[in-house]
Ligand binder design. Structure first.
Ligand SMILES: [Zn+2]
Length: 432
C-alpha cells in the first residue's frame, strides 16, 4: 500500500516544508523523517538504484529525493555505488545503495534456562553469538536483569571490536510474556513468577554507559515477524501479493503466537494479541496455567503432547526436552502411538486455525517451533479440521505453512524489529 505523499515543498522552502498551511516545526520534522524512511526503505529493498528511480517509486520530486538521499549519505546509511549510462545519452546516473555495516543491533532471548544473544548489522551479518545458562530465582527479576545486562555489555564490546564505525542502534530483549504499552512492561512472566515488571529499566540500571535504547518484546511476536520476512522477502513487495494478516503459532517450551497486520506486529491492548496458545477450544477441557480450561496449550504443549505419545514417565524422570527428543525419534520411526498423538494434536491445531481464521481472516498461518518440525505429522489432522469449512467456502481458509527459521526465529525477529526501527527513523542514526 502506498503512503499518501505529503504536500510538495514550496519553491524556495526547505525539504519537507509545505506552503499551506504552515506546519508546526514538529510536523516538519515528522514529515522529513517520514520521507527519509520511505527513501531508505526503497534503497534497502531495491538498491543499487538511481535517484530518479527512487523518486518515481516513492512519488517524491527529484529535488526532494536528492536532498533526502544526501542526508542518508551524510548519516552513513547510504552510499553511491557505481553508475549506469542509460540510452547512451546524457551523464551517467550514480546509483545509491544501503550501507548495512553502518548500523548494528543486539538481540537477546530469555528462555527458561538460558540467555541467548545475537548481534548483527542491518544486512543480517552476525557479529556476535552467545548462549549462557542462567539460574533466575523465582519471583525476583533483578539477578536475571543483571545477567542480561552483562551479556549486552559483552555483545557491545564484540560489535565495537568488529565494526568500529558502526552505530549501535538498540538492544532488543525477547521473552515469553505479554509486554504492555509504550513503557514495555512485562505484564506477567508466569514461569519466572513476576508481575508488572519494568525489565528494561532493571537492565538499563546495570548499563550506565550504554547509549542505545533497550526494548522489551514478546518472543512469539518477533518470531512471527522474522518468519514473515523469511517467507516473503524482507523488502520486496513487488515479489507477489503479501497477505494482509498473518497468524503465527509456535510450540517449544510453551505454546505462543503472534498476529501480523500489514507486516507489523499487532500487540493489542495488553500486549497479548495473537496469544493463540490460550485460545479455549474445549469448555470442559483440562485446566490451563492461564486460569482457563481447554486451551490449545493443554493439547499441543510439550507436556500433554509427549504424554499423549506415551512419554509421560520419561518426561517426569528426565525432563520434557528429553521426552520431546524421544518423540522426534519415534516419529521418524513411524511409531503408531506417536503418529496418532500428532494426528490428534493436528486436529486440535486445525480447530485453532479455524477460530483464528474466523476472527482475523488471516491469509496465512505460519507454524513455529516443533509445530514446524513436525508439520508432516500434524498436517492430516489440520486438513481434517479444515475440510468441512473448506468444502463450503474454499477461498476463505488460510494457507497453513511451516516456518523455516527453527530455533533462531526469536533472535532473528528481535534483530528484525531493531532493523524496522532504524528504517522507520533514519534520523536516529547520527552523521558520520
Ligand atoms: Zn491457557
Amino acid at each position: 500500500m502506498r503512503t499518501p505523499e505529503p504536500p510538495r515543498p514550496a519553491p524556495h522552502g526547505t525539504i519537507g516544508q509545505v506552503s499551506t498551511p504552515v506546519p508546526a516545526p514538529a510536523d516538519t520534522a515528522a514529515v522529513r523523517r517520514h520521507n527519509l524512511a520511505r527513501v531508505l526503505r526503497h534503497i534497502a529493498a531495491h538498491g543499487p538504484c538511481a535517484r530518479t528511480d527512487a523518486a518515481a517509486a516513492t512519488g517524491l520530486v527529484n529535488a526532494s529525493l536528492t536532498a533526502l538521499a544526501g542526508e542518508l549519505i551524510e548519516r552513513g546509511l547510504v552510499r553511491e555505488a557505481g553508475a549506469v549510462v542509460s540510452g547512451g545519452r546524457g551523464r551517467p546516473r550514480r546509483l545509491l545503495t544501503l550501507v548495512p555495516e553502518r548500523v548494528a543491533s543486539i538481540a537477546v532471548q530469555i528462555t527458561l534456562e538460558r540467555v541467548e544473544v545475537m548481534a548483527a548489522d542491518l544486512g543480517g551479518e552476525v557479529l556476535h553469538r552467545a548462549s549462557v545458562p542462567h539460574r533466575a530465582p523465582y519471583g525476583d527479576p533483578e539477578p536475571l536483569a543483571a545477567g542480561v545486562a552483562r551479556e549486552i555489555a559483552v555483545a557491545e564490546r564484540a560489535v565495537r571490536a568488529s565494526r568500529p564505525g558502526a552505530h549501535l542502534a538498540r538492544a532488543v530483549i525477547a521473552m515469553a510474556a505479554p509486554v504492555v504499552g509504550p513503557a514495555q512492561i512485562v505484564a506477567a512472566a508466569i514461569d519466572f513468577g513476576w508481575q508488572r515488571t519494568d525489565l528494561g529499566a532493571l537492565v538499563r540500571a546495570h548499563l550506565p554507559d550504554f547509549a542505545a535504547p533497550v526494548d522489551i518484546v514478546n518472543d512469539a511476536n518477533v518470531a512471527a515477524l522474522a518468519e514473515y520476512h523469511a517467507r516473503h522477502g524482507a523488502y520486496d513487495p513487488g515479489a507477489g501479493e503479501l497477505p494482509e494478516t498473518v497468524a503465527y503459532i509456535k510450540a517449544d517450551t510453551g505454546v505462543g503466537g503472534g498476529l501480523l497486520i500489514g507486516g507489523r506486529v499487532h500487540a493489542g491492548a495488553h500486549g497479548s494479541a495473537g496469544e493463540i496458545g490460550h485460545m479455549p477450544l474445549a469448555l470442559d477441557g483440562p485446566a490451563c496455567a492461564c486460569g482457563a480450561r481447554g486451551c490449545l496449550a493443554v493439547y499441543v504443549g510439550p507436556e500433554p503432547l509427549t504424554a499423549a505419545a506415551g512419554l509421560a514417565e520419561l518426561a517426569a524422570v528426565h525432563g520434557v526436552d528429553a521426552a520431546l527428543a524421544e518423540l522426534d525419534r519415534l516419529l521418524l520411526a513411524e511409531d503408531p502411538t506417536a503418529v496418532a498423538a500428532l494426528a490428534a494434536a493436528g486436529t486440535t491445531l486445525g480447530a485453532a486455525v479455524l477460530a483464528v481464521s474466523g476472527l482475523t481472516d488471516a491469509g496465512e498461518v505460519i507454524l513455529g517451533g516443533y509445530l514446524a518440525d513436525w508439520s508432516t505429522w500434524l498436517a492430516p489432522g489440520i486438513e481434517t479440521a479444515l475440510a468441512g469449512r473448506r468444502a463450503v467456502a474454499p477461498h476463505l481458509e488460510p494457507v497453513v505453512v511451516p516456518g523455516v527459521l527453527g530455533a533462531d526465529a526469536t533472535l532473528k525477529g528481535a534483530l528484525q524489529a531493531a532493523r524496522e526501527a532504524t528504517l522507520d527513523d533514519p534520523t536516529s542514526v547520527p552523521g558520520v
